[in-house]
Design a binder for this molecule. Structure first.
Ligand SMILES: [Zn+2]
Ligand SMILES: [Zn+2]
Length: 245
């Protein structure tokens, strides 16, 4: 992709879904798509087990692990990782992936979604879908819920921050900077928005662009994210999976 005369490619996509949650493709189909796009690494990060309609089954995790081990032999030129997009909740350690389950994955990523228990889904949904909007009180509660998840877990990536429930982005970015958690610029969701990138980039935090692909054809989609980053004035060197060629 050309940005002001400079050419950039995406090197890895750490946020893709498969049939193990509500994606349409298999793990192998996502790997092939990533390989064809020239990515060096891909992570399979299906929805955490606490999602009531499309979370992974805990019994699927060893099956996914076995499949990935086989695919690593079959496709040695691409790094393949087993991750999970854990759901941020307001109980326990702040995620639906339990502390003792974290080591089942190569690394974990997490985001906020509707459809999980103990996560203010109803007030956030109502706030987003009525003219009244979300209250400041709810924004504060959402922020606290995020902060607990960030500080209590080794999150590689915070996915689509600000999506489905408003947060104080300053506090989230500060926490991600302190914890070394990358903030995602999603090309599937609209968050981080351009304004949110402007807020987050004031802190010493890294960014990552993800496709959040639910079909293999979208694996490696990154152009829209670069567009928002450029609009925000973010130095593209701060996006860990972009490489200038
Ligand atoms: Zn998500
Ligand atoms: Zn996702």
């Amino acid at each position: 992709m050309n940005v002001n005369g400079r050419e950039f490619v995406m090197t890895f996509d750490y946020h893709t879904h498969t049939v193990f949650s509500h994606g349409k493709g298999t793990i192998e189909e996502n790997v092939i798509a990533a390989s064809e796009k020239g990515l060096r690494e891909i992570a399979i990060s299906d929805h955490g087990p606490g999602h009531l309609t499309y979370g992974i089954k805990r019994s699927s995790v060893p099956v996914m692990r076995k499949e990935i081990t086989e695919l690593r032999h079959k496709y040695p030129d691409i790094g393949i990782f087993l991750s999970v997009e854990a759901n941020i909740v307001n109980t326990g350690s702040g995620l639906d992936v339990l502390p003792e389950e974290i080591e089942d994955y190569d690394f974990i990523i997490a985001g906020y979604h509707y459809g999980t228990r103990h996560s203010y889904c109803i007030p956030n949904y109502v706030g987003a879908h009525t003219p009244f909007g979300n209250s400041e009180k709810q924004r504060k509660k959402n922020t606290e819920m995020y902060l607990k998840a960030i500080y209590s877990n080794p999150l590689r990536i915070l996915t689509h921050p600000g999506d489905k429930g408003p947060v104080h982005m300053d506090e989230i970015a500060k926490a991600c900077a302190e914890r070394g958690t990358l903030m995602e610029i999603s090309t599937w969701h609209t968050h981080l928005t351009t304004d949110e990138i402007k807020t987050a980039m004031k802190y010493d935090v890294g960014f990552i662009i993800s496709s959040d692909a639910h079909v293999p054809a979208r694996v490696g989609s990154f152009e829209g994210g670069v567009g928002r980053a450029v609009e925000a004035g973010l130095e593209l060197e701060r996006i860990v999976n972009l490489k200038e060629i």
